[in-house]
Design a protein around this ligand. Structure first.
Ligand SMILES: [Zn+2]
Length: 146
């Protein structure tokens, strides 16, 4: 199952079904299915944006298309999760946070490292695509090994 076909609708641990991706993110989830990280790009001025963006913050245009990110970036912020609910409780401790892509866009995601203590601000990361706890393919960021 992939999120381009619908996203899980949950209340606590109860799974109520799948809802369709919002129109502004459908292209993003189609990219995930192909293992491509896509960003929004303004058709007028070329500014890059988060995948959910519907208006350009540079020029105000609503004509946003898709462009492929390099998938390279760095750790902008992170938090190690030690207590979690539902399916996530089996994965603790794990690290979530914000990746800053080299294109300047910030994405909230999971950070993957052999050692959680190695996740530090400004450490280089690369996108990867993994099936996580809920059974969906998602973009995550792996520490670039040096
Ligand atoms: Zn623009």
């Amino acid at each position: 199952m992939d999120w381009s076909q619908g996203q899980p609708l949950r209340v606590g641990d109860m799974f109520l079904g799948l809802y369709q991706p919002s129109p502004e993110t459908t292209g993003f989830w189609e990219g995930v299915k192909r293992h491509e990280l896509l960003l929004k790009v303004c058709n007028s001025c070329g500014k890059l944006h988060h995948p959910r963006r519907i208006l350009c913050s540079g020029c105000g245009e609503s004509g946003l298309g898709w462009t492929r990110s390099s998938g390279k970036g760095k750790v902008y912020a992170f938090s190690e999760i030690h207590r979690s609910a539902g399916v996530f409780s089996k994965s603790t401790p794990y690290v979530v946070g914000i990746a800053e892509l080299e294109e300047g866009v910030h994405l909230f995601s999971r950070f993957m490292a052999r050692n959680n203590a190695d996740v530090q601000i400004d450490r280089p990361v690369d996108v990867d695509f993994q099936v996580l706890e809920q059974g969906f393919l998602l973009p995550v960021f792996k520490l670039r090994e040096e």
